[in-house]
Design a binder for this molecule. Sequence first.
Ligand code: GDG
Length: 475
Amino acid sequence: MSQAEFVVVANRLPVDRVADAEGDDAWRRSPGGLVTALEPVMRKADGAWVGWAGRPGLELEPFEFDGMHLVPVPLSADEVQDYYEGFSNDTIWPLYHDVIAAPRFKRQWWDAYVAVNQRFADAAAKAAADNAIVWVQDYQLQLVPRMLRQARPDLTIGYFHHIPFPAYGLYSQLPWRRQVLEGLLGADVIGFQRVADAGNFARAVRRQLRYETKASGIAVPDGEGGTRTALAKAFPISIDADSYIELAQRPEIQARAAEIRESLGNPSKILLGVDRLDYTKGIRHRMKAFGELLQDGRVSVDDVTLVQVASPSRERVDAYVQLRDEIELTVGRINGDYDTMGHTAIRYLHQAYPREEMVALYLAADVMLVTALRDGMNLVAKEYVASRVDNRGVLVLSEFAGAADELGSAILVNPHDIDGLKDAIMRAIEMPGSEQGRRMRALRRRVREHDVEDWSQDFLDALAVFHRGATAVTA
Ligand code: GDG
């Protein structure tokens, strides 16, 4: 395979290995938002995508799929445990989400993280043409920018961080705090979801490394006695709004939404939560508030149902096993106390659904509950808003989700304040249509004006300033 002018490096390749009709292995494009965001750029720039194929032990040569050059990085079963489930999802994930769960610091996990990051960096260095642009994605690969710069000083390197960057007091717990900062600073542009995340990062750099920062610029030693400037800035991610609008306008999806309401016994209000089953999403807080509203008699199962889609996630990490048990116990208790033969309090679905069904659910829901305790952005909030082509429905949104910076016309809540959350849910249930319309129009305007294509374009424009090559990459 020839070398590419534009290279994306992410933990996962944008494809899943599935069985085809004959039972043989085949590839299928994965439905994720990142693929949608980067696909147009990849096609235009004839780019390559470096990532893990999702199966331990699988060793594959680079291959072409659906017009994309894919470069698989192999991971052994032990590496999946130590680098991915361990360091990425049991150290960094809880630490960066304000230690909602306790991060575990294990030296063996760190060693695997370093070794695997080096393998990703080597693969990217091999795939990239002279002066190419490389865009590294997310917290599993924080060391790649520096490793890549050391191997290939000609490259222009961007990094986008999809999750929060924590306050210094928390970040400083990390035994490898300096190495991670140095790893990230190998990039020319380091993108964050919120202005506050970029601020936390700059503060950590000042405190730990004593580098000077000015506005978004950070003076990083260039190894030759001088400095180069790295840019650390917010680039809030978004969704492909048009595709949600298109789905929401399809008659069969609208019919499905009506069918969903019907099958729930036509309650007057449907509340909806859609999350990966993750302790950062505040699913327990949401259920506690709803359970108390039932207990207080402020709502009744005859009128109001909560639908909670909790898609399976990280099922081999202990904290997630525990969380699932707790949530399922809570659902069982609330339903046991309040269900009637005809109506249920919480319709709990530990399943993943096709996008069409998600949009039907968004259309069926009068109130969307996004009560994350900490969340980089939260795309579900934006998907709900984009889908409401009828300008109806109410978004209740945690101020601890990045989306709150843009979606100020939602009902903003502090999910730790259960009384406040209960009042917000009541306000949403009782909100007159005219106010729903006013708020929803403002929310939809924002999501349509700033979609995922703007996000990648803004990031790549910032990166282009550092580019030494002849051609710029455009989204
Ligand atoms: C990370 C950050 C940041 C969920 N269940 C199903 C399903 N989903 C889709 C949603 C949405 C996506 O998964 C989840 O994105 P979120 O943004 O809500 O959350 P994370 O997975 O934690 O994502 C987050 C994001 O990266 C992007 O930067 O916003 O803060 O944590 O698109 O719709 N999709 C389908 N079936 C399901 O059952 N089809």
